[in-house]
Design a binder for this molecule. Sequence first.
Ligand SMILES: *Cc1c(COP(=O)(O)O)cnc(C)c1O
Length: 465
Amino acid sequence: MEADERSKLPAIGELMQSVQAQCMTDDFGRTATVAMLREVLDRARKTINGAGPIAQDELLAECARRLELAQMPALKRVFNLTGTVLHTNLGRALLSERAIAAANVAMRYPVNLEFDLATGRRGQREEHVERLICQMTGAEAATIVNNNAAAVLLALNTLALDGEVMVSRGELVEIGGAFRIPEVMSRAGCHLREVGTTNRTHLRDFMPAMSGDVAAIMKVHASNYEITGFTSAVPQKELSALAAKAGVPFIIDLGSGSLLDLGRFGLPAEPTPQQAIKDGATVVTFSGDKLMGGPQCGIVVGTREAVGRMRSNPMKRALRPDKIVLAALEATLLDHLNEERVAEVIPTLRCLTRDTGEIRSQADRLAPKIAQGLQGLARIEVVECFSQIGSGAQPVERLPSSGLALHPTDPCHSAQALARQFRQLPIPVIGRLHRDRFVMDLRCLDDERAFASQIGELSGGVSAA
Ligand SMILES: *Cc1c(COP(=O)(O)O)cnc(C)c1O
């Protein structure tokens, strides 16, 4: 490279004198601005091609663009039009307004997290939510950890350390990623004792519990699969009676665990923690951000003795949730107290119980707008489709819904390209690919206005795609 070409680049000091640099300094700080200008200059120095001096404005604009890009949060809002209501990859449950407000207060102000306002002395961090959970589930005691995986780990580590835990072979589940019952079991310091077969397990298979070398019996809710055909499982009531006779704890991992009878809303029934407690479980664990529709947490309910031991396990301290989660959880529980309104105020339940006719009209309203936005790249069709609850709740049940199917008409613009185009919108839209079509299930489209307002930008994405 010629020295005279390099000298065509302005000096940092010179650039910093500009109005644009002043603005960047205000927005991003002087240090970051200088560093980015240096980077932009370095790049220009390497790519300089003798085509004459590089305009100062061009360099400054490039610098501003890069600074803005670097400040864009990686975690963004998206539209979940996948048809899976509780989508783990998209953050599962959305919080109710009451939960959001409560979390806001906990973030913004000091709170009486571990402070008893009546006595002025130190209080118990979970007291607020424990009372509510016990009232709703009939349990003697409750404790909260970061997620249900943590709840299972803590239950096993506390109640069955170094001992054998009996689980039916039909329940040795993997719940996505690294959560597999056999592995969690060994990490918790317990020995798995598989009993029965994949499809059939009987009460007699659990009889070794009576022999004295078994530390606990565990039941895992088969949340993300179903065993059909010639099957048999032992009812939790019978297992709890056996565990009681053997003098060992009976642990139930419910997974989703709705506090409500979902049948009331015409949804497939899910086992409830209240039933598990009634059937005699020592400890029941479930997620806060699945069907309960609250923040990510793991809820443990059970006997005072067992929960007390879990609370004093040093591992509990490492697994405990923060004040924001506890605030949002309490609000979510309070929302559940109004049985007539709960399905309206908890977004997860609102999506799950949404009227199909309403989803259909929304599809009819949006179809022509999207057709216009796509400018002939795809044929759009309003379709009947099926949503699923997700996060392991009722894997085989399907909820009738409506959506928009986009059939590519341009051979150079596949369904994958359409999906990418929607992902590139300011608020990315996530749908699903189905038989060479890009399908958007509208069940979870709450904010139709925000969705519609960015349709105009679809054509902008065409050239980019
Ligand atoms: C979802 C699930 C878990 C894990 O719960 P997280 O809250 O995601 O940690 C564990 N067990 C069962 C049966 C589940 O369905």
